[in-house]
Ligand binder design. Structure first.
Ligand SMILES: [Zn+2]
Length: 238
């Protein structure tokens, strides 16, 4: 390949810059904050679902409390009326019937008071769970916010470095021979990384395959630069 000594030096610099770009892009893609943010969002979604279930349970139990309180209020009224009627006296049989009625009201009120205790206990448990879930959501939100701000800081710095390297790359490429750049790009796309090496005696300096006989003679005839017959990378032949 027809390339000057300066061209080879520039190409090696381009290779170094490209390796730096690959490294930084990989670093950007693999920033650990991405996984933290994703995990926080998934956890949050699961907890919010749980929160909705708890809210539904709380509504149900609160309705029970209202029902019990309503029934007790109505029984209390009835009790007062019955007590007043008994106090007013009247026929013995009526008084006896009202006394029985009063006893049954009092019994029922005792029963629902016990029910209310149970339901309120249930409500307390639900409220404890509710505040635990709220605290968990707050904790996840704080973790996500911290990861986002750290991602913006670290990712932003990497993005800036990548942009600068890309601008520098454009400048370097514009100063190179088109055919050389094309050959380099081809080798680079194929290898996904190191595209240039040196012919190391009778071996490719990158893939380390031996190059023998006619192939070596042919490669040497392409000096100062040719392609490795095995990995196709560009080889500097000195
Ligand atoms: Zn090779």
């Amino acid at each position: 390949m027809d390339i000057s000594h300066d061209g080879i030096v520039a190409l090696i610099q381009l290779q170094q810059l490209d390796l730096d770009l690959i490294r930084r892009k990989k670093e950007f893609e693999e920033l650990p904050q991405r996984a933290v943010i994703l995990e926080a969002r998934q956890k949050r979604a699961a907890i919010v679902e749980k929160q909705a279930k708890i809210a539904g349970l709380k509504r149900e139990v609160s309705r029970k409390v209202t029902r019990i309180n309503d029934e007790d209020a109505s029984l209390s009224k009835k009790q007062q009326g019955t007590e007043a009627a008994i106090a007013a006296g009247g026929e013995y049989r009526n008084v006896e019937a009202r006394t029985k009625e009063l006893a049954s009201i009092v019994k029922r009120r005792e029963a629902i008071a016990a029910d209310l205790d149970k339901v309120l206990e249930e409500l307390t448990k639900i409220e404890t769970l509710e505040s635990q879930v709220s605290a968990a959501i707050e904790d996840i939100d704080a973790r996500e916010a911290a990861a986002i701000s750290s991602f913006q800081e670290q990712g932003g710095a990497l993005k800036l470095a990548i942009m600068r390297l890309e601008a520098e790359r454009e400048r370097m490429v514009s100063g190179l021979d088109r055919a050389v750049v094309n050959a380099y790009q081809k080798a680079s796309a194929r290898s996904g990384g190191v595209a240039i090496g040196r012919l190391d005696g009778e071996r490719c300096g990158v893939c380390r395959h031996g190059i023998e006989g006619g192939r070596l003679i042919e490669l040497r005839s392409q000096a100062p630069m040719g392609n490795c017959p095995h990995c196709k990378r560009l080889l500097i032949i000195e």
